[in-house]
Design a protein around this ligand. Structure first.
Ligand code: SF4
Length: 486
């Protein structure tokens, strides 16, 4: 699916490598699919933390190459790519977020959404705290700096116990990295090691949102960081502690990571993403068979599921839609006509594959449905005889408060529409969505180990006040910031 739901953030950290900043660049590059609005790297030379952030893709922000690298000395680094899920897209909200407090400097990189950030911020502002960003992440630095927290035997664990919501976090202190994952393990986070042979003196350690970033720097996957765990990387090596008692919380991994967000070559929540999506496609073919001539994916995230559908159904797979990777995000898509033009730029039809054929179109998900309908119309114009829509997840009916920027509930196609109305809206001959049970049957972990709230409406972490991207945008900011993507 294209442009209806947004990626959120990617994290990368490395400890003990002479090429820490260069490897962080490559790691972030491989995580670019998780956010293109801003990018940043903070490094530590052992005494001082240096930080550089900017708007746009990793390549754009660090285009000056060595000039910027020279300003980021040190053998330890954390990096971040961002799509804003709380806080507008502005330079001040770029991460890592650098702060100074009584214990020194800290740079924080966050993936997820804190559902209690607005309430915590209200409390701190009531006592006079001044916030310089509108991101939920900044509250964490204020919590760290609070004198009663600083005096705790384990201030970081103590602070994490104040947070509610989804968070994978990297903290860069002058002498170490601390990597933490929320007790539900909603967002992925893993650890690996670069062997000395590949430039890691004594075997540098790496932490990243997805294993594709470990591959990018030739680090060997060690394991996922556990929900509720803090992993510390310092001169002594790796150490671990838990801020919630292990086994007391049932995980709630985001299935959407598997369905859409994560990269196909990554392994998250114990399973390779491509293989999981292929299984989804096979299950989809079993649940919603149809007589057709060809199976085509909506690339790229629908491709693995379409392969699985074609394999199970015996219908040939082909590329009827081709994605252009050279079209960046358009500056703004204010109305439907421009959005449809944007989709046309990104997805082109291979007329020879679709003309005169009965087509099964496989996509990972449908959010608003307007872009899908635009594509269906293009396929019809190219001569498709029948179009059967197959979707490798259930109908999305509820918003996500844990870090995915869906449109409002009212804008969701499946909100208040039955299957017949959805079929009519999409202008297809038939439509079939994966069942929730079918989707979870494809996963390696037990069904209750996943968050399914956007399909089921069952939120594992209670949300008292609806959180959205602009929750913290309290004042009209009369400023324009360049959002420069390439
Ligand atoms: S609500 Fe949906 S997108 Fe959000 S964390 Fe849960 S499964 Fe993922």
């Amino acid at each position: 699916m294209i442009s209806e739901k947004k990626e959120y953030c990617g994290l990368f950290g490395i400890f003990g490598d002479a090429e820490a900043v260069q490897k962080t660049y490559f790691g972030l590059h491989s995580l670019q699919h998780r956010g293109q609005e801003s990018a940043g790297i903070a490094t530590s030379d052992g005494k001082i933390i240096h930080c550089y952030t900017g708007m746009g893709t990793v390549r754009r922000v660090f285009r000056a190459g060595r000039d910027i690298y020279d300003k980021l000395p040190g053998r330890t680094a954390v990096g971040h790519v961002r799509y804003s899920t709380t806080g507008a897209s502005r330079p001040v909200n770029s991460q890592p977020l650098l702060a100074e407090y009584s214990q020194g400097q800290v740079a924080v990189a966050h993936n997820g959404n804190l559902v209690n950030a607005a309430r915590l911020r209200d409390e701190y502002e009531a006592y006079g705290s001044i916030f310089k960003t509108t991101s939920d992440t900044e509250i964490i630095t204020h919590l760290l700096a609070k004198p009663t927290h600083v005096s705790n035997p384990d201030p970081l664990a103590h602070v994490l116990n104040h947070l509610q919501g989804a968070y994978s976090l990297l903290f860069l202190f002058a002498d170490r990295i601390e990597a933490a994952r929320d007790p539900f393990g909603i967002r992925p986070l893993c650890i690996g090691q670069i062997s000395a042979e590949h430039g890691g003196q004594r075997g540098a350690y790496v932490v990243a949102s997805e294993t594709c970033a470990l591959d990018a720097v030739r680090a060997k996957f060690i394991r996922e960081i556990e929900p509720g765990e803090i992993v510390r990387l310092d001169e002594k090596g790796v150490s671990s502690r838990f801020f919630v008692t292990p086994g007391t919380v049932t995980p709630a991994h985001c299935v959407f990571e598997h369905v859409y967000f994560a990269k196909q070559n990554s392994t998250i929540f114990g399973e390779n993403v491509h293989q999981f999506r292929k299984k989804l496609g096979g299950q989809l073919a079993s649940e919603h068979p149809v007589d057709a001539d060809v199976v085509i994916p909506v690339p790229d995230s629908g491709t693995s599921a379409a392969i699985g559908y074609a394999e199970r159904s015996g219908i040939p797979f082909d590329m009827g839609l081709v994605r252009s990777h050279y079209v960046g995000r358009t500056f703004i898509s204010p109305d439907q006509k421009l959005r449809e033009l944007e989709v046309k730029l990104k997805l082109a039809v291979v007329n020879e594959v679709v003309a005169g054929k009965r087509i099964v179109v496989v996509d990972d998900s449908i959010v608003r449905g307007t872009t899908t309908r635009g594509k269906i119309r293009t396929l019809r114009t190219a001569g498709a005889k029948e179009v059967h829509m197959r979707v490798s997840c259930p109908p999305i009916r509820f918003p996500c408060f844990y870090g995915i920027d869906f449109p409002t509930k009212e804008e969701l196609l499946a909100n208040n529409r039955d299957l017949k109305q959805i079929r009519q809206f999409l202008e297809v001959d038939s439509v079939g969505y994966m069942s929730l049970e079918g989707m979870l049957s494809c996963a390696v972990l037990p069904p209750d180990h996943y968050c399914t709230a956007c399909w089921s409406g069952k939120y594992r972490i209670p949300v008292s006040v609806a959180v959205n991207k602009f929750t913290m945008e309290r004042y009209q900011m009369n400023m324009f910031d360049e959002v420069d993507t390439d």
